[in-house]
Design a protein around this ligand. Structure first.
Ligand SMILES: *Cc1c(COP(=O)(O)O)cnc(C)c1O
Length: 231
């Protein structure tokens, strides 16, 4: 098999698992979009998937690296319609660049950075944002504990015309038992259901390579998959 065939096989494998998990979900949710996390992937691998036409949404966690790839590398220029999500910790001094490059900022965790981001969004552009919920006590993990994340979401909704906050993103603790993952994802889902009821384009981004089947069962609409796709 060629590298492109392997990558496509990975893609369809993950898509099948997502579809199966969505069928097991007790509640009917919106369609699930596979967010391909390209942060560790080689340019050639990302290009192979772009050329096969399956990628609709990609995620990057470093502004500089994403800029070099998606803004400066001519090979990527023909794929500008792919929706670019920022999933890393957004520093205030990178917000201006992020505002130009990204369509989604999935990791909002403070009002001030959102304000700076909004101030730098080019005229006529709308960025969608998710508030990042923190599910561990770890100092190094970004995001806000759920109660504070809900407060921030309420503050940001309608605060800026060019920044539409439409859901939550969360990273689960690594290696947690399945029951814990179900419980944590369920808590975020319930908050999402309450806080974003009736919001067009609402998104709940839960799940990574290790835990996305559980996340989709619990209502994730935007699982973020890196290593499973690109290994
Ligand atoms: C890297 C990353 C992912 C993808 O992780 P994999 O385990 O490689 O699927 C998802 N979400 C965030 C926030 C990340 O930083």
């Amino acid at each position: 098999m060629t590298r492109q065939e392997i990558l496509l096989q990975n893609w369809h494998h993950v898509k099948d698992l997502i579809a199966a998990s969505a069928r097991r979900a007790p509640r009917k949710t919106q369609p699930v979009t596979l967010l391909a996390v390209t942060k560790y992937a080689a340019d050639e691998d990302v290009l192979a998937l772009l050329q096969s036409g399956v990628l609709t949404d990609i995620g990057e966690s470093r502004v500089q690296q994403a800029w070099a790839r998606w803004q400066e590398n001519p090979a990527f220029a023909t794929f500008s319609q792919v929706k670019k999500h920022f999933i890393g910790h957004l520093q205030k001094n990178k917000a201006a660049k992020a505002a130009q490059l990204f369509d989604y900022i999935d990791s909002l965790d403070n009002f001030e950075t959102a304000r700076v981001l909004s101030a730098h969004i080019p005229a006529g552009k709308l960025i969608r944002g998710l508030v990042q919920v923190k599910l561990t006590d770890k100092q190094t993990q970004s995001g806000l504990p759920l109660p504070q994340a809900r407060v921030l979401a309420r503050q940001l909704r309608g605060a800026f015309d060019n920044l539409d906050v439409c859901g939550y993103m969360a990273v689960a603790p690594q290696g947690a038992p399945c029951e814990t993952l179900h419980r944590l994802f369920k808590e975020v889902y319930q908050a999402f259901e309450t806080d974003f009821k009736g919001v067009a384009q609402a998104q709940l981004s839960l799940g990574m390579s290790e835990d996305f089947t559980i996340a989709v069962e619990e209502g994730s609409t935007l699982p973020r998959i890196g290593s499973l796709l690109f290994s």
